[in-house]
Design a binder for this molecule. Structure first.
Ligand SMILES: [Zn+2]
Length: 573
């Protein structure tokens, strides 16, 4: 390492560590739960199309656990949605931070009544309210709600966030000294080598290669009979999970560092991010490994279209250029927030003689798309517009089409389903069958999944073309959705098994375009039906209804193609 690079890496370390835990108020926020904290999700954990913006705290698989305000403040926002955080509460604190509590079962009685009043006024279940600072003041450790599994939670837990009030950036709550006991180190599961297309080779091919990690006598080793060989432009990624003693969850790691020949090459820490950047998770990881192999590989190199600012130094891109016959020492260090560390060290040999190996042939007719430069393709029956910033790296776009009797158009293969999309791509398809004017509003473009099932996109006519925006490449075609949503009684209080209490529950399903809206009445008056999207369940609470006579419940639903169903049910209660 020469003097200049020593100096440079020292500056990198300085820049990288400019915001440490001590820059955030310590012991200002207390734990939102009155039990030792079990992590079932970590800050910055990799999820589908986003980074996890808080920590998920276990509630022993129970709902109704009291949730306490982490500090003095006031309830500044209440949001209720059929998915996402479900029932969520936001508390603004005088020190410039906002805490968020998600997937709640219910709020305190006074807040429940406030919300219910607004829902009846707006005749809507999904609402967002912004109470004034004086309306709901709360004290540190005051019970503000009860935990649940509302919204998209797959099981009971509390989602807890700390956001910067002004930037609205979520920050790792553990930086504020929220106490979590953890002495289990992360586990490195795989490493992956990426040859840069037409500039690098790994183990005699230009295809990326994943190696499993084995633990032998407590030491991580790469499971390969030979040395890994690489030459030219190559880069590295890894897969790791973290664990906590009392949690069975696979957690995300906090930081990762790559050293090559003892030099720090690339690193990041999950301290904070901006919601505008959260989709760059698909550039941070190797999208192909996740979609095809179900393995989350995090990259130690930055794709041209990845604008996440979490990486130590913006000048470090992580690509290696090995042009000499030489061994290289690789060291990967992975940590959880508590500093529990896992590392792997191994050698890669670079051989110049590998370089005469031919590169794979490209698909004939494929067109180069870069992060900077999109393309517009106009054919007789197909339009594809890929805007700039749509893809993260160079990609050879191709499309093909084949006849199919299952659709009202040909079946089009558009791009590569393993290439991630940031900015939506517009697709226009001209149906091959004639669609009567009366049925035009029922037409949708569908993304045909690998198993053949259709996923409808919000579609609109543009002349003779049906058009939709997509954030994934793959197979597309046109279908009609003429079948209205279905409503099926799940439970009414007159049912023999009356253990569910005074509620009506109705299952709703739609075959294609999806539920757009619904509205329910009881005895001809609007009644609040809560909608749980993950269970496709509509539920109304009847505890305030006068009893001992016959009631009529009615629900109207509409799908995204305008097909409607009215469900009506008479029952004694
Ligand atoms: Zn969460």
């Amino acid at each position: 390492m020469n003097k200049k690079s020593i100096c440079l890496s020292f500056m990198v370390l300085l820049a990288y560590s400019h915001l440490q835990a001590q820059d955030y108020p310590q012991n200002y926020f207390s734990s939102p739960l009155d039990t030792p904290l079990t992590l079932v999700g970590t800050f910055g954990e990799i999820r589908d199309d986003h980074f996890h913006s808080g920590i998920d705290l276990g509630t022993q698989e129970l709902e109704g656990v009291p949730v306490m305000s982490a500090a003095d403040g006031y309830i500044s926002r209440i949001k209720i949605a059929p998915d996402g955080f479900g029932k969520a509460l936001y508390i603004t604190h005088p020190n410039g931070y906002v805490t968020v509590y998600g997937h709640l079962q219910k709020f305190t009685q006074v807040v429940n009544e406030y919300v219910r009043k607004a829902q009846y006024e707006q005749q809507k279940f999904a609402i967002e309210l912004f109470p004034k600072p004086k309306e709901f003041r709360v004290k540190k450790a005051e019970v503000i709600a009860y935990s649940g599994s509302s919204g998209s939670a797959t099981g009971p837990h509390l989602h807890f966030e700390i956001r910067h009030e002004e930037t609205e950036e979520p920050i790792n709550p553990l930086l504020f000294g929220i106490p979590v006991h953890d002495n289990v180190p992360p586990e490195i599961k795989y490493i992956r080598f990426f040859p840069t297309p037409e500039a690098g080779i790994v183990d005699k091919t230009d295809t990326a290669e994943t190696f499993e990690i084995q633990v032998v006598d407590g030491i991580n080793i790469v499971n390969t009979p030979d040395f890994i060989q690489a030459f030219g432009m190559v880069s590295i990624g890894f897969s790791a999970v973290d664990h906590q003693e009392y949690s069975t969850a696979n957690l995300g790691i906090y930081s990762a560092e790559l050293f090559i020949d003892q030099n720090p090459v690339y690193q990041w820490r999950m301290d904070r991010f901006n919601f505008d950047d959260t989709r760059y998770v698909n550039a941070h990881i190797d999208y192909l490994s996740k979609k095809r192999d179900n393995i989350t590989i995090e990259r130690f190199f930055r794709l041209p279209g990845n604008h996440l600012p979490i990486y130590g130094d913006s000048t470090q891109l992580g690509y290696q250029n090995w042009t000499e016959d030489a061994p290289h020492d690789i060291r990967i260090v992975v940590k959880d927030f508590n500093g529990n560390t896992s590392l792997i060290e191994f050698q890669v040999i670079s051989y110049s003689s590998m370089f005469d190996r031919p590169y794979q042939a490209r698909i004939p007719g494929a067109v180069l798309v870069t992060n900077q430069k999109g393309i517009a393709i106009h054919k007789n029956d197909l339009d594809v517009i890929i805007p700039s910033g749509a893809v993260y790296e160079d990609f050879y776009f191709f499309d093909s089409q084949r006849k199919s009797n299952n659709y009202l158009s040909q079946l089009y293969t558009i791009g590569d389903p393993y290439v991630a999309i940031q900015n939506p791509v517009t697709i226009g398809i001209k149906p091959s069958a004639t669609i009567a004017d009366s049925l035009k509003s029922k037409a949708v473009i569908v993304n045909v999944r690998e198993d053949g099932s259709p996923n409808a996109l919000l579609s609109a006519w543009n002349g003779a073309f049906l058009s939709a925006k997509t954030r994934s490449f793959g197979d597309f075609a046109v279908l009609l959705d003429t079948i209205p949503p279905q409503l099926v009684k799940e439970y009414v209080p007159a049912d023999l098994n009356s253990s569910r209490g005074p509620v009506i529950q109705v299952k709703v399903s739609d075959d294609l375009s999806g539920l757009k809206s619904y509205s329910g009445t009881l005895d001809e008056k609007w009644i609040l039906f809560e909608y749980d999207a993950k269970n496709r369940l509509l539920q109304a609470d009847l505890s305030a209804v006068d009893t001992n006579h016959e009631h009529t419940a009615r629900i109207n639903v509409m799908d995204n193609c305008g097909n409607t169903t009215v469900w009506e049910y008479k029952f004694w209660f």
